[in-house]
Design a protein around this ligand. Structure first.
Ligand code: UD2
Ligand code: MN
Length: 473
């Protein structure tokens, strides 16, 4: 039972309640703050360093380790070394070749003397009181990996905007893209108070604290990962499956600049995600490959050692993770022959396509037809045993629907029980019958070169025949 019965819906707290907490500073572990950077701007990098120094109680801060991942911008050379040399507790380590964020962070970790490693991106601003809750939690539970709430720093004005509403937790979709979610009710009921830690299936990746000993026990990072991407989900799966917990502390806030564009190419992200899938996801990796067929062809190197680590630590399987840690995630059925591109027979090379202007607001738009590309993503659909045509690459998922007296196909939110206007019968001859209206889905020309699926009287024509194809052949 929650400890605050006067509230009907248990709340996650705002920063005010946090200020009442008193910490036993003498008994908290000390931390090394590790900041890897590559070609970062001067002002954002220095803002990060100064904010750590100004907001971290001296007794809790062992050192700040900056790791230069072989930057080539002039201001990061001597000028930076000079600036930092006057600062207490700050050390600068330089990689001798480009390592990517995983190995750059590990360079910092191997030099660290603190009991706790606190990783930050190089364009952050720590908020007063950010550090104590993280260290307190790790002191209480060594196998807890704890993230601050990530506040937003405006990418144009660099104003600290904070975080509207309650903190959110991390998830992912079946393309292995990280997603944000509201705290589910089951978690609110588990929390002992509004300022208790919030368990999170995954982390965004950049900002977290972990006991140095526990980090090493868990196998630190997968050093086969290059540049950027994928390591956050890999580490999240590993923490949970191997016996730890991943949490966000609502009292710890750190601002972060979410840039429109990074100062480097992110073309290694796919291979990194494949490594995560290959080591941790068991048979569920197929759901990922179905939605991103390119991933199946991506060379990902050798993961033998990471699989050995999983065996050595006797980690739980991915099914356990999905059921126990992330039950909110819908697990697709992907029955053979019922997922992939949904291609028209009469119009040859045209497929169902859905491309919402905003990835986070995917419902409400019309489904169109587009030249089949075989890359999954916007052309991935699944026909389920619940008679839905699900668009389930993204989170939250969409289901194809027809509104009353309309003939166009639009995307609606999926429901636990399929609403009548979302029920389709995929017949053996390839016809897709909309059950409620008794009409068939037909490929039609909209303008000179654009096509759409529309509901029409069933005629049995080839333009009313459809088939699923997993990939281009
Ligand atoms: C998010 C994470 C980031 C990382 C990434 C997935 C947050 C706030 N940020 O992307 O930490 O987990 O997802 O990989 O959760 N860097 C290097 N060498 C490189 C590339 C990057 O040192 O080759 C540094 C970079 O300067 C920065 C950090 O790694 O300090 C993360 O990179 P980012 O800020 O470009 O990633 P972000 O925030 O978009
Ligand atoms: Mn960042």
């Amino acid at each position: 039972m929650p400890a605050w019965p006067e509230l009907s819906m248990p709340e996650v707290c705002c920063i005010c309640r946090c200020k009442e907490v008193k910490y036993d500073y003498d008994h908290l572990p000390k931390t090394s703050v590790i900041i890897a950077f590559y070609n970062e701007a001067w002002s954002t990098l220095l803002r990060t360093v100064y904010s750590v120094l100004e907001t971290s109680p001296d007794i809790l801060l062992e050192e700040v380790i900056l790791v230069d991942d072989y930057s080539d911008r002039e201001h990061l050379k001597e000028r930076l070394a000079n600036e930092l040399s006057g600062l207490p507790k700050v050390r600068l380590i330089r990689a001798t070749k480009r390592e990517g964020l995983v190995r750059a962070r590990l360079l910092g970790a191997s030099a660290a003397k603190g009991d706790v490693l606190t990783f930050l991106d190089c364009h952050c601003e720590c908020h007063e009181g950010w550090l104590e809750p993280l260290l307190h939690r790790i002191h209480e539970k060594e196998s807890a990996v704890v993230c601050p709430v990530i506040d937003v720093i405006d990418w144009n004005t660099f104003e600290y905007l904070g975080n509207p509403g309650e903190p959110q937790i991390g998830g992912f979709d079946w393309r292995l893209v990280f997603t944000w979610h509201v705290v589910p009710e089951r978690e609110r009921l588990r929390m002992r108070s509004p300022i208790d830690v919030i368990r999170s299936p995954t982390m965004a990746g950049g900002l977290f604290a972990v006991s140095k000993k526990y980090f090493e026990y868990l196998g630190s990072y997968d050093t086969g990962m290059e540049v950027w991407g994928g390591e956050n989900l890999e580490f999240s799966f590993r923490i949970w499956q191997c016996g730890g917990t991943l949490e966000t502390h609502p009292c710890s806030h750190v601002g972060h600049v979410f840039p429109k564009q990074a100062p480097y190419s992110r073309n290694k992200a796919l291979a990194n995600s494949v490594r995560a899938a290959e080591v941790w996801m068991d048979e569920f990796k197929e759901l990922y490959y179905h939605r991103n067929p390119r991933a199946r062809l991506e060379p990902f190197g050798d993961v033998t050692e990471r699989r050995q680590l999983r065996a050595k630590l006797q980690c739980k399987d991915f099914k356990w993770f999905l059921e126990t840690v992330y039950p909110e995630l819908h697990v697709p059925e992907d029955r053979p022959g019922f997922f992939g591109m949904l291609q028209n027979k009469g119009l040859k090379n045209f497929c169902f396509d859905y491309n919402p202007p905003d990835e986070n607001q995917i419902t409400g738009h019309q489904v169109i037809l587009y030249t089949c590309h075989g890359m999954g993503q916007n052309q991935f659909f699944e026909y389920t045993s619940q008679m839905e045509i699900r668009y389930n690459t993204h989170q939250p998922e969409g289901c194809v629907a027809v509104e009353a007296d309309k003939d166009v196909l639009v995307m609606h939110p999926c429901q636990d029980t399929t609403p009548e206007n979302q029920k389709f019968i995929l017949q053996e001859d390839g016809a897709i019958l909309h059950q409620q209206s008794k009409k068939c889905v037909q490929a039609e020309k909209k303008a000179s070169d654009s096509f759409v699926p529309l509901l029409r009287d069933c005629t049995g024509s080839d333009r009313q025949k459809w088939f699923f194809k997993e990939r281009m052949s």
